[in-house]
Design a binder for this molecule. Structure first.
Ligand SMILES: NC(=O)c1ccc[n+]([C@@H]2O[C@H](COP(=O)([O-])OP(=O)(O)OC[C@H]3O[C@@H](n4cnc5c(N)ncnc54)[C@H](O)[C@@H]3O)[C@@H](O)[C@H]2O)c1
Length: 381
C-alpha cells in the first residue's frame, strides 16, 4: 500500500496512527474491535478495513460499523491495470475490487484473489458483464485503451481511445452514476472532456466526481527534483499544473517544498525532462508500450487519496485535471485540488508564478483549449 509517508507532504492525509485491531462479536451480536499488537498488513482478514467507523460503547469497547469501498478498474488486464490491481488489493481502504476488461480478466482475477489480503476480487469480461463490475462502485479507475509507441504523441491515440472512454463512461452513467471517476486513458486532455459530455448527456454529470489522473507528472517531478538536489524524495512536493501532454505539463519549480533554488538552466532542463518523461519510457520500451509500473503507482496513490477524501479524511490534496475556473478560457485544468466526501471539495487558486512559469502557462492554454474542443466535438457528434 502507498503509505502516507510515501505521499508528498501536501497530499499526506492527517491520519491518527492506531494500533492494529482484531474483530470479535459481542454478546449483543455487534462486531467489536479490540486493540492488538504487531498486526501485519498481509494478515489479510485480520486487518481491519480502514474505512470502518468506530465508536466506543459505555463498557469501553470499540464497536465497528464496516462500510464497503468498492473500486472498479476498467482495462484491468493491461500494463497499468494489472499492477494497479495488485496495489489496490494491498490497500486497506478498499473492500471490493472489480476487474473489468475485454480480455483475460478471469485469469488476472483468479491470480490476484490468491493474495491473502482482505480485499475481495472479482473479474468481469466483455460488455455484457460490465454492469456487475460497476454496480455499487464508489470509485472507477479507467486505464483502458491503447498506449503510445515510439514517435507517437498522446493525441495520436485519440482515434481509438476516445471511443473506448466514451463507451465505458456511458456504462458508468448507467450502472454507478454517483461514483467518482479517475480517468487515466490518454489523451487525458481530451478524454476528460469526452467523459464530461457523456455524463452531461445522461443527466448525471457532477464536476466534483470526474478527475483526469495527472499524478504521474507529480511523481516524476518529485523524483527528478529530489535526485537533482540531493533531497529525500519522501519530503519533496512539486505541484504540476496544466494538462497531461508535452508542453501542457507545467511543473511549478518556484513552489517546490521544501524550498529549493534552481539556476535558469536547471529550471529549463528539469521542466523539459518532466514534460518528456513519458516519451523517455516509451523510447526505452521500444515499441512495448508506455509507462505502466510508475503509472500504476501514481494511480494507486490517486485512488487512495480519492478514497480517503470520500471517507472524510481532511487535508487530502492531489494535483488532478478537473473542471476548473483556475485558468481563464479553459473548462478543465490540472492543479492542486482538495479531495473530500463528494470528490473534489475545493480548487485553491494558483500560487504566484515565476515569469518563466507564466510564459509557459500562456503557451499551454491554447493547446489545452484545442484538446478540450476536440473532446467535446467527438462526444457531441
Ligand atoms: N494518465 C497518465 O499519466 C498515463 C500514463 C501512462 C499511460 N496512460 C494511458 O493509459 C492507457 C492504458 O495503457 P496500458 O499501458 O495499460 O495499455 P495496455 O494496452 O497494456 O492495456 C490496456 C487495456 O485496456 C483494455 N481495453 C481496451 N479496450 C477496452 C474496452 N473497451 N473496455 C475495457 N478494456 C479495454 C485492453 O484489453 C488492455 O488490457 C493508454 O491510453 C495510455 O496512453 C496514461
Amino acid at each position: 500500500m502507498l503509505s502516507a509517508q510515501t505521499m508528498h507532504p501536501a497530499s499526506r492525509p492527517c491520519r491518527p496512527s492506531r494500533p492494529s485491531l482484531s474483530i470479535k462479536s459481542s454478546s449483543s451480536g455487534a462486531i467489536t474491535a479490540f486493540r492488538s499488537r504487531g498486526g501485519s498488513f498481509f494478515g489479510g482478514a485480520r486487518a481491519l478495513c480502514a474505512c470502518s467507523r468506530m465508536r466506543a460503547t459505555r463498557r469501553g469497547r470499540l464497536v465497528v460499523a464496516v462500510r464497503c469501498s468498492k473500486v472498479a478498474i476498467l482495462g484491468a488486464s493491461g500494463g497499468i491495470g494489472q499492477p494497479l490491481a495488485l496495489l489496490l488489493k494491498m490497500n486497506k481502504n478498499v473492500t471490493d475490487l472489480a476487474l473489468y476488461d475485454i480480455a483475460n480478466t478471469a485469469g488476472v482475477a483468479a491470480d490476484l484473489s490468491h493474495c491473502n489480503t482482505g480485499v475481495k476480487v472479482t473479474g468481469y469480461t466483455g460488455e455484457e458483464e460490465i454492469g456487475g463490475a460497476l454496480a455499487g462502485a464508489q470509485l472507477v479507475v479507467i486505464p483502458a485503451g491503447v498506449p503510445r509507441k515510439p514517435g507517437m504523441t498522446r493525441d495520436d491515440l485519440f482515434s481509438i481511445n476516445a471511443g473506448i472512454v466514451k463507451s465505458l463512461v456511458e456504462a458508468c452513467s448507467k450502472h454507478c452514476p454517483g461514483a467518482v471517476l479517475n480517468i487515466i486513458s490518454n489523451p487525458v486532455n481530451s478524454t476528460v472532456a469526452i467523459a464530461a459530455e457523456v455524463l452531461k448527456k445522461a443527466g448525471v454529470y457532477d464536476p466534483k466526481k470526474l478527475l483526469g489522473v495527472t499524478a504521474l507528472d507529480v511523481v516524476r517531478a518529485n523524483t527528478f527534483v529530489a535526485e537533482a538536489k540531493g533531497l529525500d524524495v519522501k519530503d519533496v512536493d512539486v505541484p504540476v499544473i496544466g494538462g497531461h501532454a508535452g508542453i501542457t505539463i507545467l511543473p511549478l519549480l518556484s513552489q517546490v517544498s521544501p524550498s529549493v533554488s534552481f539556476t535558469s538552466s536547471e529550471i529549463e532542463g528539469l521542466t523539459t525532462r518532466i514534460q518528456n518523461a513519458g516519451t523517455e519510457v516509451v523510447e526505452a520500451k521500444a515499441g512495448a508500450g508506455s509507462a505502466t509500473l510508475s503509472m500504476a503507482y501514481a494511480a494507486a496513490r490517486m485512488a487512495e487519496s480519492t478514497l480517503l477524501g470520500l471517507k472524510g479524511e481532511s487535508n487530502v490534496m492531489e494535483c488532478a485535471f478537473v473542471e476548473s475556473k483556475v485558468a481563464e478560457g479553459l473548462s478543465y485544468f490540472a492543479s492542486k485540488v482538495v479531495l473530500g466526501p463528494n470528490g473534489v471539495a475545493d480548487i485553491p487558486p494558483l500560487p504566484a508564478l515565476s515569469p518563466y512559469e507564466q510564459q509557459c502557462l500562456d503557451k499551454l492554454i491554447p493547446e489545452l483549449a484545442k484538446s478540450e474542443a476536440k473532446g467535446v466535438a467527438f462526444a457531441s457528434a
